[in-house]
Design a binder for this molecule. Structure first.
Ligand code: FES
Length: 503
């Protein structure tokens, strides 16, 4: 039985043009760093408003987290409204709901304006549980829906053939193809005077008015405003984002079932979590997208197990025979569950950040783009500053903050004491491990051609020990989620420098 390719369906079915690398000094009005949904939508909105925009992406547009999402466009962000009402009150919860609902309208309008097809379909969204102990949470979430006037229902069954104790349904939600959306906006930006560069990594920022974004390998962008939309902010020390974001990886597999997909988008709150939606493949067949099995980045030994767990579940619950795709994504969570969108600190007027979308980057990214566009244009929040990163979230999120600090200190100390198991001679092709060389830990990976890559496994962000991810063949950092190729090049930050190569 085929387990499918290690690729995202969204990436395989989109075709961005290649954009050149920026290596010179240039000037612009707004420099957007990051070519995912938050960055491209911000650049699109600002270009439409007549700003001179330069967007730089470290890898390829849409090949960060946006290319590896489930692409649910929904205001149902797990269970959140009961929590928001009790932490912040009804007004904040209502703003959050309305902001997310507006993103669905935004995608529809953009599809019309750009005469494109983003494969949007309207679907109900469900959060469900099959565990008695979780039923109360679902009921409380429904009470929150009722308070806020959110259309939906509390139900005992869902249309999927799964055993369920209770579920809460939100009506009029949507799913779409995220990269067709990004592709159309990128084309608009380029054809309306904006500049897009790929393979262009921002390394640091010289603050000021104007500010200068310094690029890895040379070159710079001098600009009035900088928008940091790199998922985990690459410029993270200002504002202490390294201590305020929790990290998790989760997985998706996609395949075909003999059953007719009943419609809807589903997510469970049980452990391990499960998420289900559908999409059409290139031949018009229905793909069942099964996601979940999340865990803290860099934790665990055999990451391939997460894919096989999902495939086994898809086989047993939906009779999915053949799988076509397998992919995974990293998510960041704020201390208090609300996104961080706005000025990087209260006192920094021209640096903006967009992050902490949890698993809800489609609505989070578009919300961020709208908010930052408004802040740049007239200095005002359109969401009553509820996402302001400078808000007092320390007390509310003190548990997460403490957990993060403990995790980092533990990794800094115990990571270096890790045991080594194999020598480079003992490794099979496609396998990795760690050895001690001159008393230091060295990561070794023997690729499929037999070439051995050796790297210093000290993360270049803050010095934690990176761990091998055998599913993605990457070195992942458990402290703040930086990821590096087997040969050491940084894939995603906050690290901006590669792991040191070792002879
Ligand atoms: Fe921060 Fe590795 S130490 S990402």
């Amino acid at each position: 039985m085929s387990t499918g390719k290690h690729e995202s369906y969204w990436i395989e079915t989109s075709s961005f043009p290649n954009y050149e690398k920026l290596q010179e000094d240039t000037e612009t009005e707004v420099c957007v760093v990051g070519g995912g949904i938050a960055g491209i939508t911000t650049a699109y909105l600002l270009t439409k408003k007549g700003y001179k925009v330069t967007l730089i992406e470290a890898l390829k547009l849409g090949h960060g987290t946006t290319g590896y999402t489930t692409a649910k466009l929904t205001a149902q962000h797990d269970l959140i409204y009961d929590q928001l009402i009790s932490k912040f009150g009804e007004e904040t919860a209502r703003i959050h709901f309305e902001a997310a609902m507006e993103t669905i309208d935004f995608v529809r309008e953009t599809e019309k304006d750009l005469q494109a097809d983003f494969q949007i379909s309207q679907e109900p969204a469900y959060v469900f549980t099959d565990e008695k102990k979780n039923v109360r949470q679902i009921e409380k979430e429904w009470q929150a829906y009722e308070k806020l006037g959110i259309p939906g229902a509390l139900v005992d069954e869902i249309a999927l053939p799964l055993s369920v104790q209770k579920a809460v349904r939100m009506d009029n939600q949507a799913q779409f193809h995220p990269l067709l959306f990004l592709q159309a906006m990128a084309e608009y930006i380029s054809s309306h005077g904006g500049h897009i560069y790929e393979d262009t990594r921002a390394e640091t920022i010289e603050e000021g008015e104007p500010a200068t974004v310094k690029l890895k390998g040379g070159g710079s962008v001098t600009t009035k405003h900088v928008v940091i939309a790199t998922h985990f902010p690459f410029y993270d020390f200002k504002g202490g984002y390294f201590a305020r974001l929790d990290i998790a990886r989760s997985y998706i597999v996609a395949g075909k079932s003999p059953h007719t997909y009943p419609g809807g988008m589903y997510i469970s709150i049980d452990s391990p979590s499960r998420s289900v939606r559908s999409a059409k493949d290139k031949s018009g067949n229905t793909l069942w997208l099964v996601g979940g099995d999340g865990h803290r980045t860099g934790k665990g030994n055999n990451m391939k197990e997460h894919y096989s767990n999902l495939r086994n579940w898809g086989r047993s619950e939906f009779d999915i025979g053949e799988f076509d795709y397998n992919w995974s994504a990293e998510d960041f969570m704020s201390l208090d569950s609300l996104f961080y969108i706005g000025r990087i600190t209260k006192r920094t007027q021209n640096l903006y950040v967009a992050t902490a979308f949890r698993k809800w980057g489609m609505s989070g990214g578009i919300t961020a783009a709208k908010e930052i566009t408004s802040l740049i244009e007239n200095g005002k929040s359109i969401y009553n500053d509820i996402y302001d990163p400078a808000r007092q979230d320390g007390i509310k999120g003190i548990g997460t903050l403490a957990k993060n600090m403990v995790e980092v200190s533990k990794e800094l100390v115990s990571g270096k004491l890790e045991k080594t198991e194999k020598t480079s001679e003992e490794l099979s092709r496609g396998e990795a491990g760690k050895i001690r060389q001159n008393g230091k830990l060295v990561g070794i990976y023997k690729d499929n051609d037999g070439t051995v890559h050796k790297v210093d496994t000290t993360c270049t962000h803050m010095g934690c020990e990176v761990h091998w991810n055998n599913a993605e063949t990457t070195w992942d950092c458990p402290c703040h989620g930086s990821r590096f190729r087997a040969s050491g090049e940084v894939i995603e930050g906050p690290a901006v420098k590669d792991l040191k190569k070792v002879d």
